[in-house]
Design a protein. Structure first.
Length: 314
């Protein structure tokens, strides 16, 4: 087959790299925020364009064949080159115009009014636009799914620019009706109560484990990755959940496990590498960091070290 002049769709290559890195179509779909059929279709289209198969199915998932191995290395370089191209092109036109997409975890949704207030000067003028995405999943900043993220988990990618801005107080809460029926939960009777936690991850169980305690999995009565669903389950008396203190107090819930040590979740403002050479992105990142630091600076961080006000990246 003569492939001279073959034009391969970059979107298909990006999906291919994600499948190689994650090892399955489903994991790649989560990473890219695509549907499973879309990822499968991208791989089929790429194989059709190239005229050769790239994967073999194994018990552990998809495994690249010889051709897939050779092309995966090239595709990975293509992705890095695309990111570099984007950064350089942005630097050439370094103006305070354009669009900035911000993503924030649902756990931190209470920060939205403050974020909007701090960014009011950036809206509606000089062709500037702010987009805000509230998502239970972490959008991939390196893949351009968002420009800035406000997270409660420290990013693992070294290429990202990160600033710690403080800690969000967390505590265990139950409804007053639950307490009246089951008694007050404490460190001494943890295994006797019912709980509300996540599905894909169990943040409350992990937080309790750091205290040297264990929540039996068969005592988790309700699971959801939605913070609002967890809150409603606690209000309905399903059990105990770990919630931000502001949310538990607003809902009028009863704070329990009061004999356990206090726990704070670190708050991070994270940006893709282009923050260093894109003026609008740099200004927004700096404004967000400063506003959130002012709110959370009084809360100690889990990490050892002195708090330093976040600086705008040079």
């Amino acid at each position: 087959m003569n492939n001279a002049g073959l034009a391969v769709d970059w979107n298909l290559v990006r999906t291919f790299v994600s499948v190689v890195e994650t090892g399955s179509l489903a994991a790649a779909a989560r990473q890219l925020n695509f549907s499973h059929p879309t990822v499968a279709r991208h791989i089929q289209q790429l194989e059709a364009q190239l005229g050769l198969p790239l994967f073999e199915r194994a018990a552990s998932g998809l495994k690249t064949n010889d051709a897939g191995d050779r092309l995966a290395a090239v595709a990975s370089r293509m992705r890095k080159d695309a990111m570099t191209f984007e950064s350089v092109s942005a630097a050439v036109k370094d103006t305070p115009a354009g669009k900035v997409r911000i993503t924030i975890a649902e756990l931190l949704v209470d920060l939205v009014p403050q974020l909007l207030g701090s960014l009011r000067d950036f809206s509606g003028e000089n062709n500037r636009q702010i987009e805000l995405v509230i998502s239970p999943q972490q959008l991939n900043l390196l893949e351009g799914e968002a420009d800035i993220a406000v997270r409660h988990v420290r990013p693992s990618q070294s290429e990202l620019v990160c600033r710690r801005v403080g800690g969000l107080p967390m505590a265990a809460y139950a409804s007053r009706e639950y307490g009246a029926e089951h008694g007050e939960p404490s460190v001494e009777n943890v295994d006797e109560h019912w709980y509300v936690d996540g599905v894909t991850e169990q943040p409350f169980a992990m937080a309790v484990a750091r205290l040297g305690l264990t929540i039996p999995q068969d005592r988790v009565a309700f699971r959801s990755d939605s913070l609002q669903a967890q809150l409603r389950a606690v209000e309905a008396g399903w059990g105990v959940a770990g919630l931000p203190v502001y949310l538990g107090e607003q809902a009028g819930l009863q704070r329990v496990l009061a004999d356990a040590p206090a726990h704070n979740i670190d708050i991070w403002v994270v940006a893709r590498p282009g923050v260093r050479n894109q003026l609008l992105l740099r200004l927004v990142f700096g404004r967000l960091s400063e506003a959130l630091y002012e709110r959370f600076a009084a809360q100690p961080l889990r990490a050892v070290g002195q708090q330093v006000p976040p600086a705008i990246p040079a």
